[in-house]
Design a protein around this ligand. Structure first.
Ligand code: SF4
Ligand code: SF4
Length: 366
């Protein structure tokens, strides 16, 4: 890393956000990449130091350390939850990648995915081919709306079908686009905000999302309370009106009550503070087993598993070992990218545990 003393300051980051860090280092033990590398540059404090050097013109824009660390950060926001100064690291990272991943610096995979999920007809066709929940026409503002998710509708279409069974009064508005979270986390926050606004306009009223990352991004963009992640929605609804909860049986496996663990969605846990609801719902239908690493990133992190495969697998590794040691029958996901990462990891490690979305687990108990 070479410092450039003479360059002019740049306007990349919000000054107040960047100034908030007091360099105390409390965030270091919470950071998965620092825990693995033990390098200051791979910590939240180190990355903020890099951002400041970039903003103040002390670091060349093409310095390879900037590109390396902007990509190596998971964007999990675990650092935010322990920061005594309230640093909004997730917003700083979005601003950094907006600048860092521009033009020729855009990672090819990130650019390709950003382009792919922007094409709404392709999303709709993907969901229809894979038989996601049947779309019901224009949104009815008096009903909760099931958000299909751009990747989930094609990769895991059974999830939205399970949601419709769990929330019979919900509609599934037609013509849903992408929420923009993938763009925001991959260097295009302007386009991301436009997509979020368009989705909000198309679905007036409550939106129910089965992906923690989409829910947290929309919560930030559309205003708190407008969007609810599935566990939030079901826990609140079933508590407020117990008659709305269908009879649920206990799920069994190998002649015993099923042992079920959970992998939190980072954006849901660290961005929205939702942790109790999915655990409580699992405990209604099975033996809930808390994994020591339940709250740590799985390494999926949007496009991370494709852009940083080696680090991604290192981050996931403790979870796989714990799932095996705790003899889990099911490992529950709350986010499409986590689901994909867990499925791939379980397959690679040849584990017996079955990865399942919360909606599908609850559907098993119907
Ligand atoms: S991000 Fe927060 S916890 Fe980390 S060094 Fe800065 S002020 Fe301290
Ligand atoms: S977002 Fe996650 S990986 Fe990135 S600096 Fe914060 S804790 Fe570390």
């Amino acid at each position: 890393m070479s410092e450039q003393p003479a360059a002019a300051p740049r306007e990349i980051f919000d000054k107040d956000l960047l100034a908030a860090c007091i360099s105390c280092g409390f965030c270091l033990p919470a950071c998965p990449t620092y825990s693995i590398t033990k390098l200051e540059n791979s910590s939240p404090r180190g990355r903020i130091t890099l951002m400041r050097a970039l903003q103040e013109g002390r670091l060349d824009e093409d310095d390879p350390t900037l590109q390396e660390q902007a990509g190596l950060c998971l964007g999990c926001r675990a650092c935010e939850t322990v920061c005594p100064a309230g640093v909004k690291y997730g917003e700083l990272l979005e601003q950094w990648r907006d600048h860092q991943w521009r033009g020729r610096h855009t990672p090819v995979l990130a650019g390709g995915l950003r382009a792919g999920v922007r094409i709404t007809p392709a999303l709709i066709a993907g969901g229809m081919v894979r038989l996601a929940a049947r779309q019901t026409g224009a949104a009815d503002p008096t009903r909760p709306h099931v958000m299909l998710g751009c990747l989930e509708r094609s990769l895991y279409p059974k999830v939205s079908k399970a949601v419709v069974r769990l929330i019979p009064e919900a509609d599934v508005p037609s013509g849903q686009g992408c929420c923009g979270a993938l763009h925001a986390h991959n260097g295009n926050s302007v386009e991301a905000a436009r997509m979020a606004a368009a989705l909000g306009d198309a679905m007036p009223g409550t939106i129910v999302s089965t992906s923690g990352g989409c829910a947290a991004y929309l919560d930030h963009q559309l205003g708190h309370g407008r969007v609810q992640e599935l566990s939030q929605f079901l826990a609140a609804r079933w508590e407020a009106d117990p008659s709305s909860m269908p009879p649920l049986r206990t799920i069994t496996s190998r002649g015993r009550t099923a042992r079920v663990g959970l992998k939190d969605s980072c954006q849901l846990r660290n961005g929205m503070g939702v942790t109790a609801q999915p655990r409580a719902l699992i405990a209604k239908v099975a033996d809930y087993i808390e994994l020591p690493s339940a709250g740590t990133c799985c390494g999926g992190a949007g496009t991370y598993s494709m852009l940083q495969p080696e680090m991604s697998q290192k981050v996931l590794s403790p979870t796989l070992e714990q799932a095996r040691d705790l003899d889990l029958d099911y490992l529950v996901s709350l986010n499409v990218v986590c689901h994909r990462q867990l499925v791939a990891g379980v397959k690679r490690a040849r584990l017996r545990v079955k990865v399942i979305h919360l909606a599908e687990l609850l559907e098993l108990a119907l």
